[in-house]
Design a protein around this ligand. Structure first.
Ligand code: 5RP
Length: 229
């Protein structure tokens, strides 16, 4: 029998649905941001009578959750979440990720940090050996952007301020995003620790301290479950 060929959109829908198995009844769920998470949110609506609600990592996800009748809590109202479900731009063999392609990395890292388990949902194109082929998003205070760009240049990276409609994109937190190409991040924890302490860096899009515990990877052969701990 031939292996069914799924579109990337179908793979995203499959992993979004598969993530429902990690949602505990009666719980508040941590919800990420992006096109894969949108599939998860749509599937989560079927369980809305069985969960208390969600803590969301972006204005976009909050709007989608509320439109489907899922209550959204402020992260300060909830001490700990059992699970955080989010996508990734890249994920390596240890569950370290690059995130922030949707500019939501700061709130994503905050919600991930208050969750006991991070379940990454991604199509197979996101799996890499070494992080860095995807331009690394870094949320920055605007007045520090050019100095941070020069610091990345000293590391061999080529960075630029992300634009939307011809002007610098403004995040949900009122800050800018710098995207850095040309990096090869062989020690994600050391990299995240170093860049996080540069003045003006709000959040670096390397998720090593908040790495995934599980990845549900959409492959042509179906959903593969990768466990990292
Ligand atoms: C948003 C993110 C997303 O999780 C990441 O960009 C993946 O998005 P998609 O599921 O649309 O490919 O980090 O800031």
């Amino acid at each position: 029998m031939n292996t069914p060929a799924f579109t990337q959109d179908e793979l995203k829908a499959q992993v979004g649905r598969a993530a429902l198995a990690y949602v505990e009844k009666g719980s508040i769920v941590g919800v990420g941001t992006g096109s894969t998470v949108n599939k998860f949110i749509d599937a989560l609506a079927e369980l809305k009578g069985e969960i208390r609600g969600a803590v969301s990592s972006s204005v976009a996800s909050t709007e989608r959750l509320r439109a489907l009748g899922i209550p959204v809590f402020d992260s300060n109202e909830v001490e700990e979440l059992a699970v955080y479900i989010d996508g990734a731009d890249e994920i390596d063999g240890q569950g370290n990720m690059i995130k922030g392609g949707g500019a939501a990395l700061t709130r994503e890292k905050i919600v991930a940090a208050q969750s006991r388990k991070f379940v990454c949902i991604a199509d197979a194109s996101k799996r890499v050996q070494v992080l860095g082929a995807f331009p690394l998003p870094v949320e920055v205070i605007p007045m520090a952007a050019q100095r941070i760009i020069r610091q990345f240049a000293r590391m061999g990276g080529v960075a630029q301020v992300r634009e939307k409609d011809g002007v610098a994109l403004v995040t949900d937190n009122g800050q800018h995003i710098v995207d850095v190409s040309g990096l090869r991040i062989t020690d994600p924890r050391a990299f995240e620790a170093e860049v996080s302490q540069w003045p003006g860096v709000v959040t670096v899009g390397v998720f090593a301290f908040q790495r995934a515990n599980v990845c549900l990877l959409g492959t042509p052969a179906g959903v593969e479950t990768l466990v990292y701990d």
